[in-house]
Design a protein around this ligand. Structure first.
Ligand SMILES: C[S@@+](CC[C@H](N)C(=O)[O-])C[C@H]1O[C@@H](n2cnc3c(N)ncnc32)[C@H](O)[C@@H]1O
Length: 213
């Protein structure tokens, strides 16, 4: 998936991944991670997800990373919040109290353990194989030892479709993340509406709690 693919997706509104509500898996499982409000949380490939506000409202300092300026603009406009916009290294940083979206390429994040936790919904599954492996290495580099990563993936069968999203079953999660994380699968939930939307026979949403070693 080239950056152009995503810029075009936002330009023409091909954003079926966007949810009108906070993600159910986030709301159910994030509290079980028992993080202090002071935790600094990375949200890679964040889109204009309402999950960012939900995390911020728990007291966390939230840093999203998103390629599309249209997504950033819509995120703040739809919330009725005026962001400050300034250059920050390779990024344009769109910020308000406790929340920043770094607009730019997630692969430009410094390989420094600057985060206490991360939340990945529809990020790992948005990327093709080679970039998915690079993304997993990037998350490992960005997280401090002991930091949790709440990871929401999709497993699907049947149908004849190219991604994204790509199926990332639990076995693939282990292949991607075992080198740097302890991986525990928390839930596997049938998602018939998503299966219908994607034109596949079955789809399950899988939620994993990873801990950076
Ligand atoms: C499938 S969407 C998921 C968005 C969000 N996590 C959600 O749940 O709504 C993937 C998002 O990642 C962004 N994206 C894709 N590649 C990226 C990259 N290399 N760096 C930063 N953002 C990227 C896309 O523009 C898109 O908004």
């Amino acid at each position: 998936m080239t950056p152009d693919f995503w810029q075009e997706a936002w330009r023409i509104g091909r954003i079926g991944f966007h949810q009108a509500d906070v993600d159910a898996q986030l709301a159910a499982h994030w509290p079980t991670l028992d993080l202090p409000p002071s935790a600094r949380v990375l949200v890679p490939l964040c889109g204009k997800s309402l999950d960012l506000w939900w995390l911020r409202d728990r007291g966390h300092e939230v840093v999203g990373v998103e390629l599309s300026p249209l997504a950033c603009e819509a995120f703040f406009r739809e919330a009725g919040v005026e962001p400050t916009v300034e250059t920050s290294g390779p990024y344009t940083a769109w910020s308000t109290e406790g929340l920043t979206i770094l607009q730019g390429d997630v692969f430009d994040l410094p390989a420094e353990p600057a985060f206490d936790a991360a939340y990945d919904r529809a990020a790992t599954v948005a990327l093709p194989d080679d970039l998915r492996r690079r993304h997993a290495r990037g998350l490992a580099a960005a997280l401090k030892p002991g930091a949790p990563l709440l990871l929401v993936t999709f497993d699907m069968d049947g149908g004849d479709r190219a991604g994204p999203p790509f199926p990332v079953p639990a076995a693939a999660v282990h292949q991607l993340y075992d080198a740097s994380f302890d991986v525990r699968t928390l839930a596997r939930t049938p998602s018939p509406e998503l299966a219908k939307a994607l034109g596949v026979d079955t789809c399950h949403t899988e939620t994993h709690a990873l801990v950076r070693r």
